[in-house]
Design a protein around this ligand. Structure first.
Ligand code: HEM
Length: 373
């Protein structure tokens, strides 16, 4: 990616900032320059290797939204999803604001984006207030929220409630749908490729035991060496990248190493989803699901592709901060589930993606779950 050579020149851009400002505020995804730098620094300190190895199972916000015990979506999650959908619409539909106003007149019973925003903000406020009260009572917490409460902004001050709210929203967007969707696509790919599933389940069974599941550090060490399972996850993210398309905005004129002229105000976009299927980049088997492409044919070791070829986690200074966490979380979830259960697709489903900022399945994934013997 040539624009990495001149990183400072490429920003998120006014369109992205405008479309996502309600939900993301000034959080890391929406920030540029100094505002981005301090957030990246604060978050990098939290995502260091030691924190990871010993505490990766606690790196949430310390709140259980109990989504699994509700038959309906919980209000926070429903409003959060609506706001995300609305942000994406702003990208693709120039009339979105007009439609928003018309809806208020013709469908006054529907929850408006402003009301969704209120629900989401109230939730964030209650989480922050609750944690402040717990800390005041002397409780100790090691999750992301507590760590950000100890972080400093660009002026060296502790984060105020607005900055904490933006942090929560940005990290939920970053970490929730991306990893969850990658897991759905993994189950889909495995169900279609029993050969791959068999090798992966064997690797899981050879490595993971009941005792290990309760010991973060030991689990971390074991999972690190589960090469085939990593290859499967990388291959899923190659064909089904959780961020399927992306863009940057040129702040000034530039010339790329290959001579391509870029003008101030240009948008540069790329699609990891499309490039994964491109034979020029991945060879004649580009469209096939083939985890073996990630393994060195001599040593069997995991091969890393450069981020230009495999931009699933972005590249350069803005590369995904949660890459290791996401990979670990996903593999832990896969290991725990696949050790115990077999998942097969219910026939007759239409499995395709929805066009969005991330890559959800349009109609979900219906599976039959059987206990594995
Ligand atoms: C499979 C899962 C994931 C994928 C595919 C993924 C992918 C990405 C991509 C493509 C970006 C760049 C977005 C952009 O700026 O244009 C990004 C940024 C980021 N991701 Fe992830 N991500 C995943 C999971 C996570 C998790 C679990 C976390 C943390 C809890 C996380 C935290 C972040 C943060 C903080 C950024 C912003 C980095 C910055 O702008 O400096 N991600 N991710």
């Amino acid at each position: 990616m040539s624009f990495l050579d001149n990183f400072e020149n490429y920003a998120k851009g006014p369109k992205f900032n405008e479309a996502t400002k309600e939900i993301l505020g000034h959080g890391i995804f929406n920030a540029n320059g100094e505002q981005w730098k301090w957030q990246r620094k604060a978050a990098s300190l939290i995502f260091n290797v030691k924190n990871f190895r010993d505490h990766f199972t606690e790196l949430g916000f310390g709140v259980n939204i109990k989504a699994l015990s509700h038959t309906e979506k919980v209000p926070f999650a429903a409003s959060f999803d609506e706001l995300q959908r609305h942000s994406f619409e702003k990208f693709i539909d120039p009339f979105v604001n007009v439609k928003r106003h018309l809806k208020k007149v013709f469908k006054p019973w529907e929850t408006t984006p402003e009301q969704h925003l209120q629900i989401v903000d109230d939730f964030a406020t209650s989480v922050i207030d609750g944690r402040r009260a717990q800390l005041a009572r002397g409780e100790e917490h090691k999750d992301l929220l507590s760590r950000f409460m100890n972080a400093r902004n660009e002026h060296g001050e502790p984060l105020n409630d607005r900055e904490l709210r933006d942090t929560i929203m940005n990290f939920i967007i970053a970490g929730r749908d991306t990893t969850a969707q990658a897991l759905s696509w993994t189950f889909y790919c495995l169900a279609q490729h029993p050969r791959v599933e068999e090798i992966m389940v064997k690797e899981i069974k050879d490595n993971i035991t009941n005792d290990l599941e309760h010991d973060s550090s030991a689990l971390y060490e074991k999972i690190k060496d589960m090469t085939y399972t990593h290859a499967v996850f990388h291959e899923v993210l190659r064909l089904y990248p959780s961020v399927p398309g992306n863009q940057k905005y040129a702040l000034n004129d530039d010339i790329w190493p290959d001579g391509t002229p870029i003008r101030k105000g240009d948008y540069i976009s790329w699609s990891p989803y499309a490039s994964a299927r491109c034979e020029k980049i991945w060879g004649p088997d580009a469209k096939l699901f083939k985890p073996e492409r990630w393994l060195d044919s001599d040593s069997g070791a995991l091969r890393r592709e450069n981020a230009g070829k495999w931009p699933a986690f972005h590249a350069g200074p803005r590369t995904c901060l949660g890459q290791n966490l996401a990979t670990l979380e996903a593999i832990v979830a896969l290991a725990m589930l696949l050790r115990r259960y077999k998942f097969s697709l219910i026939p007759g489903q239409n499995i395709t993606y929805n066009v969005s900022l991330t890559l959800p399945m349009k109609e979900g994934l219906k599976v039959l779950i059987e206990k594995r013997l």
